[in-house]
Design a protein around this ligand. Structure first.
Ligand code: CA
Length: 228
């Protein structure tokens, strides 16, 4: 039997913790939970989770802070933010803080599970490939989901890395948002074109010298994005 994937749920709603623990356990995952960000960070260090499901509105440290601290402590497990806050600002802020994906409450467990499976599929695919993509001065490690920019390591998260990989496979050609959604997220989940734009913004902020005037991750009006 392969080792079970370990999911850490950081969430302060008791009912939701119980529900998620049951449902993920039933699906074959090993689940640990913490009801504050502080406990979650401590637990992450002990158990090295394969995925963190993180609530934003927590007592004490909020989800954004938890996200940043996990990344600062070299916890590179994908982080999926779970939150009632559906405003775009929060989504962008969460992604900036190092989160990989975002599901807004109320959600169905089926949707959450589909996102989690997509994350693990990409992690596995990246492990098998393990290669590097160059974006200007930056070296992106597709396996580790991070980049070396002027000697400094920056975390990209796996969705942003996956988008970059697709653009690299078609370097110089425009790739449409629909195709990015299909290839990166698959058919079983339903993010919007706006989601792609948010990840492109994140990539530009991290990899471009001047994110307002990108020289490598370009918008092709009416068509999509291309990497040059
Ligand atoms: Ca909460």
């Amino acid at each position: 039997m392969p080792t079970k994937r370990r999911i850490l749920v950081i969430e302060d709603e008791k009912d939701l913790i119980l529900g998620l623990t049951d449902a993920f356990t039933f699906e074959g995952f090993e689940v640990s939970s913490a009801d504050t960000g502080e406990k979650g960070i401590e637990l992450a260090e002990q158990i090295n989770p394969d995925l963190v499901v993180l609530d934003l509105m927590l007592p004490g440290k909020n989800g954004f802070q938890v996200c940043q601290e996990l990344r600062a402590k070299d916890q590179m497990a994908p982080i999926l933010i779970l939150s009632a806050r559906s405003q775009e600002n929060d989504i962008i802020r969460g992604l900036e803080a190092g989160a990989d994906d975002y599901v807004t409450k109320p959600f169905s467990f089926g949707e959450l599970l589909a996102r989690v499976r997509t994350i693990f599929r990409r992690v596995d695919a990246a492990k098998q490939r393990g290669s590097t993509v160059t974006v200007g001065e930056a070296q992106v490690d597709l396996d580790a989901h991070n980049a070396l920019v002027h000697g400094k390591q920056v975390d990209l998260g796996f969705y942003a890395t996956a988008i970059l990989q697709l653009l690299d496979e078609r370097r110089g050609e425009p790739v449409s948002r629909d195709e990015i959604l299909d290839v990166v997220w698959g058919m079983d989940v339903n993010p919007t074109n706006r989601t792609v734009d948010n990840f492109i913004m994140k990539l530009r902020r991290k990899l471009e010298e001047d994110p307002a005037q990108p020289r490598h991750i370009l918008t092709v009006y009416g068509q999509g994005y291309k990497l040059v």
